[in-house]
Design a binder for this molecule. Structure first.
Ligand SMILES: Cc1cc2nc3c(=O)[nH]c(=O)nc-3n(C[C@H](O)[C@H](O)[C@H](O)COP(=O)(O)OP(=O)(O)OC[C@H]3O[C@@H](n4cnc5c(N)ncnc54)[C@H](O)[C@@H]3O)c2cc1C
Length: 416
C-alpha cells in the first residue's frame, strides 16, 4: 500500500505514526513545504530567543527513520491529479498513492490594507522562515506594529518586546484576545503589557502602510488618521487553508476541506486533517475550521488509522478551549467568553489575583474563564465539552471539583 501525506506538522506526522502502527510494511511518503520539523506553537519562543529552532521539534530526531517514512522537505504539491491518483510537485516530480492525506495546514491571511503586499517588512507569523525574516528586520528597527491582538498577535508582541523593541498592537475589537477572553480578563493582560512598554490600541483599523521609495515600511496609518512610525509590521489577522492545489478537482472545499467523522474527504481514498479542514465541532454543533494543535494531532491519528484499514471516528472535536500565560498570569477559557444573549446567566467571582466567570444556559455550563487561579480548569472544560447538565448551587460553582460528581441522576445530570 502506498501512502502519500502532504504536510509534516501536527496532523501529517501524527497520521504517519498511526499508519505505521497499523501497517508495518506500507510505503509512506511525506511531502512538505517545511524544510524543518517544528511546532508552530513554539515559534514565539524561537522569535523571542527563548529556544532555538532545533528545540521546537515535536517528534524525536529519528522519527522518520524509525517509522520508515520517506520525507521530501521543501517540496510542495502544486496540483492534485485524482484520476491518476497522483500529485504534481513544485520540483517537477509526480508522486502516486493508494491513500492520500492532505494535511497542508493554513497560511497567514493578509487583509486588504493599502500597500500590504508591497511593503518589504510585512510578515505573518506562521513558519520558521517568518521568524527568521522578522528577526532580521527587528535588528534594524526600533518599533514594530502588530496588526491583530489575538493569540498569535499577542505572542508576537511579547516576543518582540523581549527582543528590546517598542511594540504597538492595533486591534479592531474593543479589547485584545476577543475570541478567548471578556473585557475584564483581557484588561489584566493589557495592564501587564502596558507596564512593559507594549502599547495597545483597540477599536481601530489600519488603513495604510507607509513605505519609502524602496518599499521599506516606515509606519502605518490608522483610520482615525493617527500615524505610528515603525520599521516592521506583523500581520496576525487570521489564516486561510492551503488548498490552492485542489482547484478544479472534485475535492469539496468550504472554509476548509470538507471531511466526515472518519476524516474522509468527498473523494475516494483522499483524507484530510488539521487546520486545512472544516469539520463538525462539538461545542457549537456546527461545521467549522478547528485550528488548534491538539485537534490537528487527533484528526491526523484518526485519518492515519483509517487510511491503514481501520474504522476510527473523530470524537471530542472540541475547539473552544484556550490556555495562556503572559508575564506570569495564567488564564484558561472554554466555550463562550461572553453570554451571547439574555437567555444565559453569568456568575462572576473576583478576589485579589483571581477572576472566575461561568456562563450557564438551561442548566449547562456554556462558557468559563479562570484567570489567576486555574485549579479547576480540567473539570470545567469537561463539563462544557460534554454539555453536561449541572444541578448548580451557585455558591459551590467556584469550587468545582471532580469529587462533587458522584451524584449523577438518571438523565445524566450531576447534582452539586
Ligand atoms: C505562532 C503560532 C502559535 C500557536 N500557538 C498555539 C497554541 O498555543 N495552542 C494551539 O493549540 N495551537 C496553536 N497554534 C496553532 C497550531 O500551530 C496549528 O493548529 C497546527 O500547527 C496545525 O497543524 P497542521 O498539521 O494542521 O498544519 P500546519 O502546522 O500548518 O502544517 C502544515 C504543513 O503542510 C505543509 N504544506 C503546506 N502547503 C503544502 C503543499 N502545497 N504541499 C506540501 N506541503 C504543504 C507545511 O509546510 C507544513 O509542513 C499556533 C499557531 C501559530 C502560527
Amino acid at each position: 500500500m502506498r501512502y502519500l501525506i502532504l504536510g509534516a506538522s501536527a496532523a501529517g506526522l501524527s497520521a504517519a505514526g498511526a499508519i505505521r502502527q497499523n501497517d508495518p510494511w506500507g510505503d509512506i511518503t511525506v511531502l512538505s513545504g517545511d524544510r524543518h520539523i517544528y511546532s508552530r506553537c513554539l515559534l514565539p519562543d524561537v522569535l523571542a530567543g527563548r529556544r532555538d529552532a532545533a528545540a521546537a521539534r515535536f517528534v524525536p530526531e529519528d522519527f522518520m527513520r524509525r517509522n520508515g517514512v520517506r520525507w521530501a522537505g521543501g517540496v510542495k504539491a502544486v496540483k492534485l491529479l485524482p484520476e491518476e491518483k497522483g500529485v504534481a510537485a513544485d520540483n517537477g516530480d509526480k508522486f502516486f498513492y493508494d491513500k492520500l492525506l492532505i494535511a497542508t495546514g493554513s497560511s497567514s491571511y493578509l487583509p486588504p490594507v493599502e500597500n500590504i503586499n508591497r511593503g518589504r517588512q510585512v510578515y505573518g507569523l506562521r513558519n520558521l522562515e517568518d521568524v527568521w525574516d522578522i528577526t532580521r528586520a527587528a535588528g534594524s528597527c526600533r518599533q514594530a506594529v502588530i496588526m491583530g491582538g489575538g493569540l498569535v498577535g499577542v505572542d508576537a508582541a511579547v516576543s518582540l518586546n523581549e527582543k528590546g523593541l517598542a511594540v504597538v498592537i492595533v486591534e479592531i475589537a474593543g479589547h485584545i484576545l476577543p475570541l478567548q477572553l471578556d473585557q475584564r480578563a483581557a484588561a489584566s493582560y493589557e495592564a501587564l503589557f502596558r507596564n512593559r512598554g507594549i502599547e495597545i490600541i483597540t477599536g481601530e483599523i489600519m488603513s495604510r502602510i507607509i513605505l519609502d521609495d524602496r518599499q521599506n515600511v516606515t509606519g502605518v496609518q490608522l483610520k482615525s488618521g493617527r500615524v505610528i512610525p515603525c520599521g516592521l509590521l506583523v500581520a496576525a489577522t487570521g489564516v486561510r487553508p492551503n488548498v490552492d492545489f485542489l482547484e478544479g478537482t472534485p475535492v469539496e472545499v468550504g472554509r476548509g476541506i470538507k471531511v466526515n467523522e472518519y476524516e474522509e474527504t468527498s473523494y475516494p481514498d483522499i483524507y484530510a486533517a488539521g487546520d486545512v479542514c472544516e469539520s463538525l465541532e462539538v461545542f457549537t454543533g456546527k461545521v467549522a475550521p478547528t485550528p488548534i494543535w491538539p485537534l490537528a494531532v487527533l484528526q491526523g491519528q484518526v485519518a492515519g488509522t483509517n487510511m491503514a484499514g481501520g474504522r476510527r471516528k473523530m470524537v471530542n472535536n472540541f475547539a473552544f478551549k484556550n490556555s495562556m500565560e503572559f508575564y506570569g498570569l495564567n488564564t484558561v477559557s472554554f466555550g463562550f467568553p461572553e453570554a451571547p444573549d439574555t437567555s444565559y446567566t453569568t456568575y462572576i467571582m473576583e478576589s485579589p489575583g483571581s477572576y472566575k466567570k461561568y456562563i450557564f444556559k438551561d442548566g449547562c455550563l456554556r462558557g468559563a474563564i479562570l484567570q489567576g487561579d486555574i485549579a479547576r480548569a480540567g473539570v470545567t472544560g469537561a463539563l462544557i465539552r460534554k454539555n453536561t447538565p449541572v444541578g448548580v448551587a451557585p455558591g459551590k460553582l467556584f469550587d468545582l471539583n471532580y469529587a462533587y460528581f458522584f451524584n449523577q441522576r438518571e438523565n445524566g445530570e450531576f447534582v452539586l
